[in-house]
Design a protein around this ligand. Structure first.
Ligand SMILES: Cc1cc2nc3c(=O)[nH]c(=O)nc-3n(C[C@H](O)[C@H](O)[C@H](O)COP(=O)(O)OP(=O)(O)OC[C@H]3O[C@@H](n4cnc5c(N)ncnc54)[C@H](O)[C@@H]3O)c2cc1C
Length: 583
């Protein structure tokens, strides 16, 4: 193995979701090139908190998490919200909640329509497919093989276990006029499904970039862990800039003869550009960094999905995942079953999803459409225009609801010694698909190498707040509809008596809305004059050989969880970079 300081042809910064997929593909496609991927976190391939599906969420707030937060959100009662990101080999694919889906074809087409040739659904679906091995085709909850592939590195699997108290999910949604969708990976996600998770059914463990892609890499890929990059070194050549390598926090310079690729994620990649002198002059100046390339959109255009939840105490005859919190014996038994490769409740992540338009959900979307029009009216940014177009498009969902096993919320699981301690819960997690709030992430001028200043500007327009209220009311409606109504004793959060009026729902939304961890757009792929940081070949404007390849390049937030798109972006980038090397 080469020593890191000797230099490489390609350096990928960030061994996360996109970074490991990309560097693996580069090592395969460019066998004569030397490729280095540098990851700030450790490798943790044997970590049960990562591998065991039923332990999802247990690594948040740990050493595997960057533990970022927002700045106080002025439109959300000044709350400071968590912004978790993986700091481990595999990045956020090691920490995520494993939902494995895709949005509607029209939304990927929207990426192309805002100025990115070659990124529409017909071109992008094959890239997402390249990454996947969908193991549940032709099963009870998936018809045939529409839109899926079966020989890629990351597994997508519908859970083999659906808890009895979730048996009412599909009948309830059907009774409310929502059709069952067993082809949700094929470019139409509307309807109700028992949907897939990134789980490998060989051992029912998490499938992610570190255990999916990396074992396929050639020996020409070197993986450096526990090293943080602090800047890309740039040199001016005939009026444009060339990346010559990267500098580590310990001062080591590592040269790159061909390309440097940033895959440090939606909060990491814009910061690295700024630390390298690429960005907004004021931001750089206040941090004492000399501007090399004037690119004012770096760190702008942050978009994220917001979520809001209600939760219910299950009747005592049901065993939910909260059992793991309060019954150590049960948890140990189930974990041993999982370790032994036997059927275990720890196999399970969650399966019950619905995606709907406002019309499907409420019968009438005119008030929300009017608010969306008001939110988008004065914007020239392509994302708002697209989101408004999608409000009028019957194929594009505006809300998602997940029926989730276990307590999820803001109030907290009941404290020891209270009457509800030792009870199990189910939660409904409502998500607004196309919020109009658009925020920023920048380096902190007083500590440029420290945590970034993240300001998603949650609820900076009325549409987002009313949409959150509409989706959380829907959560309660689903809970109150038999046979779901028959499985629970009482509404724990917010409580049927505590929140009844619209004013109370509004207050509840302001107090409890959170992120569902899908920040995108901070190095948007767009024409430069429209707010772009990278072009449609993912190259940073003003450079010859610096690219960004991760969730930050997504120009418009779509109605899906992000991982399948991020893997698709990495596969697309690999083709682009390999083609460029061959030409
Ligand atoms: C808690 C959580 C739950 C989620 N749930 C789901 C879900 O259920 N389904 C879904 O589809 N999506 C989910 N997502 C979103 C999805 O996982 C992310 O969008 C996706 O993983 C982002 O990939 P990425 O490559 O852009 O960034 P990441 O995977 O975060 O990779 C960035 C990598 O760069 C490294 N890095 C950063 N800065 C530096 C530096 N300076 N030097 C060296 N290395 C650096 C990081 O440590 C990290 O490994 C979730 C995300 C989170 C955080």
């Amino acid at each position: 193995r080469r020593s890191a300081s000797k230099g490489y042809d390609y350096i990928v910064v960030g061994g996360g979701t996109a970074g490991l997929a990309l560097s693996t593909r580069l090592s395969q496609g460019l066998p004569d090139s030397k490729i280095l991927v540098i990851e700030a976190g450790p490798a943790a391939l044997d970590e049960l908190g990562i591998n065991v599906p039923g332990k999802k969420g247990s690594t948040l707030g740990t050493k595997y998490d960057w533990n970022f937060t927002t700045i106080p959100q002025v439109n959300a009662k000044n709350r400071v919200l968590a912004q978790n990101r993986g700091k481990v080999l595999g990045g956020s694919s090691a920490l995520n909640l494993m939902t494995y889906d895709r949005s509607t074809a029209n939304e990927y087409d929207g990426w192309e329509e805002v100025g990115n040739p070659g990124w529409g659904f017909d071109d992008f679906l094959p890239m997402m497919d390249k990454s996947e091995n969908f193991t549940s085709k032709n099963t009870e909850w998936y018809d045939g093989d529409v839109g899926v592939n079966t020989n890629g590195p990351v597994r997508g699997t519908i859970n083999r276990y659906i808890p009895p108290f979730q048996g009412g999910w599909v009948p309830v949604l059907n009774s409310l006029g929502i059709g069952t969708n067993k082809e949700y990976m094929g470019g139409n996600i509307l309807g109700v499904s028992y949907s897939s998770s990134s789980i490998d059914p060989t051992h029912y463990n998490r499938s992610y970039s570190a255990n999916g892609y990396l074992p396929l890499a050639g020996s020409n890929l070197v993986v450096l862990t526990a090293e943080t990059v602090i800047k890309v070194n740039m040199t001016k050549v005939r009026g444009t800039y060339r990346a010559t390598g990267v500098t580590l926090a310990n001062g080591t310079f590592i040269p790159a003869s061909q390309e440097v690729i940033l895959s440090a994620g939606s909060f990491g990649s814009p910061g690295l550009l700024e630390l390298s002198g690429i960005g907004n002059k004021t931001v750089l100046g206040s941090a004492g960094i000399m501007q090399l390339i004037d690119l004012p959109s770096v760190g702008e255009n942050l978009q994220d999905h917001i979520r809001i939840q209600t939760s219910y105490q299950l009747k005592d005859n049901y065993t939910g995942v909260d059992h793991f919190r309060w019954n150590a014996t049960y948890a140990a038994q189930q974990l041993q079953l999982w370790v032994d490769g036997k059927f275990s409740q720890y196999d399970y992540t969650g399966s019950a999803y619905t995606f709907q338009t406002w019309n499907q959900s409420m019968g009438n979307d005119s008030e929300l459409v009017a608010l969306a029009e008001a939110a988008a009216r004065n914007s020239t940014f392509p994302a708002e225009k697209k989101k408004l177009e999608w409000m009028y498009d019957d194929s594009v969902p505006q809300l998602e609801i997940i029926m989730s096993d276990g307590y999820t919320g803001v109030k907290g699981y009941p404290a020891v010694n209270t009457s509800l301690y030792g009870k199990d819960f189910l939660s409904f997690i409502g998500v607004v698909m196309h919020p109009f709030s658009r925020g920023t992430v920048h380096i902190n001028a007083s500590n440029p190498l420290g945590k970034p200043l993240i300001d998603p500007r949650y609820f900076s327009n009325e549409y987002d707040l009313q949409a959150a209220v509409a989706v959380v009311k829907k959560c309660r409606q689903l809970a109150l509809t038999p046979p779901i109504r028959d499985v629970w004793v009482s509404e724990y959060e917010p409580g049927l008596d505590n929140v009844k009026t619209d004013a109370e729902w509004r207050d509840f939304a302001l107090n409890t809305t959170l992120t569902i961890y899908h920040p995108v757009g901070t190095c948007a792929m767009l024409p430069k004059k429209k707010g772009g940081v990278v072009d449609s070949k993912l190259k940073v404007y003003g450079t010859t050989n610096l690219r960004v390849v991760d969730a930050s390049i997504i120009p418009v937030l779509i109605s899906a969880h992000m991982q399948t798109a991020v893997y698709g972006i990495a596969e697309m980038a690999a083709e682009i970079i390999i083609d460029a090397a061959d030409s």
